[in-house]
Design a protein around this ligand. Structure first.
Ligand code: ADP
Ligand code: UDP
Length: 235
């Protein structure tokens, strides 16, 4: 399958059409942004790590009953996926306090939550992805109650499968962001990516950060952290 026209260039990926209207190709870049695009940089090799890690995890999730957009890895940076209409929500799942939750509730990072937390943000860069709840989502028709209950169910199942799998590889899944989309036949599937850009991943022994927080917070060793996650999961 070949790329035809570019449909979209985002901050981390480009999306291309193909000769099949139900399929597209995503091409992962090394570009990194944080704080809603205010901070920009390059993480050398990130595109390869994120592409291959996403595909590896999506296949694991498929085996565990979660439908995904994954079709076929085409190269180090390119993957064929089902073209979906993205549900305009960032679905965030948290197991341990960090980032914006710590700030919002005044709790230090690293406190284990007694149960997973799901949060939703409306996907709109110009507005800075504002947090919304079920009432907003239904009133604004971002998703129907049936769709959201399916999405939340999948998100919690993703959390169970990934938390256990990552822990086997010495990684704690602190929190992460998912995106879902609707295929042409109306099925909800997991889309976008699952990578150190979209997850907080801590070494389970030392709690060292192995994710994009190293870039956001200028902690150094960004490339090494991405490669460390890659090495642990894909050898
Ligand atoms: P952003 O748009 O936040 O800058 P990216 O650079 O990752 O993010 O761009 C990838 C875009 O492709 C995102 O808008 C994402 O929602 C979208 N996308 C992900 N998977 C699919 C898919 N299977 N079909 C169509 N669009 C997708
Ligand atoms: N996240 C993401 N994209 C976003 C916002 C958040 O992938 O636009 C991920 C982030 O990497 C983290 C989780 O979602 O794993 C929770 O992020 P948080 O709300 O703490 O926001 P942040 O601290 O990144 O601003």
């Amino acid at each position: 399958m070949e790329k035809t026209v570019q449909l979209y260039e985002g901050k981390a990926k480009k999306v291309f059409a193909t000769s099949d209207e139900n399929l597209c190709i995503v091409d992962y870049k090394d570009d990194a942004t944080a704080f809603n695009g205010e901070k920009k940089g390059t993480i050398v090799g990130k595109g390869v790590v994120n592409n291959r890690m996403t595909n590896h995890l999506m296949q694991l999730l498929e085996k565990n009953g979660i439908p995904t957009h994954f079709v076929k890895e085409l190269s180090d940076r390119e993957t064929l996926v089902k073209k979906v209409k993205i549900v305009p929500l960032e679905v965030i799942v948290r197991n341990i306090t960090a980032g914006s939750l710590s700030k919002r509730l005044g709790v230090p990072e690293g406190v284990k939550l007694s149960r997973p937390v799901i949060e939703y943000s409306y996907k709109d860069d110009a507005l800075g992805d504002p947090m919304v709840n079920e009432y907003h989502i239904f009133a604004m028709n971002f998703a129907t109650p049936e769709e959201l209950s399916e999405i939340a169910g999948y998100a919690l199942k993703v959390n169970e499968v990934l938390s256990a799998y990552l822990l086997e590889h010495g990684i704690e899944l602190v929190d992460f962001k998912l995106e879902f989309g609707k295929t042409s036949d109306g099925k909800i599937v997991l889309a976008d990516e699952i990578s150190p850009d979209t997850c907080r991943l801590w070494d389970s022994e030392t709690h060292k950060k192995l994710d994009k927080d190293r870039f956001r917070r200028d902690l150094g060793g960004v490339e090494d952290a991405y490669l460390e996650v890659y090495r642990r999961l894909l050898g």
